[in-house]
Design a binder for this molecule. Structure first.
Ligand SMILES: Cc1ncc(COP(=O)(O)O)c(C=O)c1O
Length: 386
């Protein structure tokens, strides 16, 4: 008798298991905890955006769009970047619409990283970077941000550069630390990479969430960096529609041509009516320019409430995350603390160690404040018991 069996195979990603986000969200649901763990809004988007998408569907815009994205949306993106950051990208050859930032990042990496190439990532960092690099056959070189301030450590980055360095991934405003890079830091990066062939993948998904009057320092503001960079952004983050998975990439034409070769065969095109709806909605710039005030109010509400607890809030200058130092409350490891907070106190958070290679422990947990005021107030009530 022949046995029917799945053939033996070897995993491409031996280090990837269930992520902490999945674990914490499941635990939050099981225990009825307020979920401030995963980074997504619990409120709806502007109904005008829904209407714009609905109108596009009703108008019959439901078939494959051009591979690079619908022209009106690419034009709107180019115009926004030029207005805000002063760099003119050609919508025809330098902007591509992607299936969220996640697909944009893996596509950029697959487009430029060859087996054995090194890519610098700055820990703590978003969890998709390293597996993306591994799938390309590259080697992720982890350089920690300065503990305590989360500022880039340029001496350490300089020390990590080798003739094999193909790219560096940067992320400002930063997930998870909620810090933003200054113009001086961007200039320092430009100086460091001058004369090298190192490219920059600049993850700017939180570009419209910068507070206290500060400005987002896009690589587009720095001509030298723009020439060697992919800019990645996400409509999901900006317009409160993370489930739509639409984003974009901007890069110099020669680089974008390579990006599109990979894009063409991993996703080909992105949802047509969403693209038309987003283009229509973007025409009113107040929809993205109003975001700092919208989220700054939520940040302040949450931080003011935290002051009444024994958690010590760290500075949040960008993104929709708030990190807290819990060392006055507990000496458990970050993962143990977050699990305890979820099951016993009823508020889910994410351990910062999850964003580090090897799980560096600092007694810091990350909350997401992209939530209704009532959700934040309920979480604060529970945290006050600590
Ligand atoms: C830093 C960072 N990059 C990329 C992404 C992915 O964005 P998208 O949902 O558009 O794929 C996220 C989402 O949490 C993020 O925090």
């Amino acid at each position: 008798m022949t046995t029917i069996a799945t053939p033996a195979f070897t995993t491409r990603l031996p280090h990837v298991g269930t992520t902490i986000f999945t674990v914490m969200s499941a635990l939050a649901q099981q225990h009825g905890a307020v979920n401030l763990g995963q980074g997504f809004p619990d409120f709806d988007c502007d109904p005008r955006l829904l209407d714009a998408v609905n109108d596009a569907m009703r108008a019959g815009l439901n078939q494959y769009p051009p591979m690079t994205g619908v022209p009106v949306l690419r034009e709107a993106v180019a115009a926004k970047i030029e207005t805000m950051y002063g760099h003119a990208y050609d919508p025809g050859s330098e902007i591509t619409i992607t299936a969220g930032a996640t697909q944009a990042i893996i596509t950029a990496i697959l487009a430029i990283v060859h087996p054995g190439d090194e890519v610098i990532v700055l820990d703590p960092c978003y969890d998709s970077y390293e597996p993306n690099i591994e799938l390309a056959g590259g080697i992720a070189v982890h350089v920690p941000l300065t503990p305590g301030t989360f500022e880039p450590d340029f001496a350490a980055i300089a020390a990590a550069l080798t003739p094999r360095t193909r790219a560096i991934v940067i992320n400002t405003p930063h997930n998870p630390s909620a810090t933003v890079w200054s113009a001086a830091q961007m200039n320092r990066l430009a100086e460091l990479l001058r004369g090298t062939n190192v490219m920059v993948i600049s993850d700017e998904v939180y570009e419209h969430m910068v507070y206290d009057g500060a400005e987002h320092q896009s690589v587009a503001r720095f001509p030298e960096l723009a020439q060697r960079s992919f800019i990645v952004s996400s409509f999901g983050k900006t317009y409160h529609v993370t489930g739509w998975k639409v984003g974009y990439v901007a890069a110099p034409a020669a680089v974008m041509a390579e990006f599109r070769k990979v894009h063409q065969f991993n996703v080909f095109t992105v949802n047509t009516p969403m693209q038309h709806g987003l283009a229509h909605f973007m025409a009113d710039a107040s929809n993205h320019l109003g975001l700092p005030a919208f989220y700054q109010r939520k940040r302040d509400l949450f931080r003011t409430g935290l002051e009444a607890t024994r958690l010590r809030p760290l500075a949040t200058t960008g993104s929709y995350f708030q990190c807290v130092d819990y060392s006055a409350v507990s000496d458990r490891s970050e993962e143990e603390f977050c699990k305890w907070l979820t099951t016993e106190i009823g508020v889910a958070a994410i351990p910062l160690a999850a964003f580090y290679q090897g799980g560096y422990e600092q007694r810091i947990a990350r909350f997401c404040f992209a939530k209704k005021d009532e959700t934040l107030n309920l979480a604060l009530q529970r945290l006050a018991k600590l």
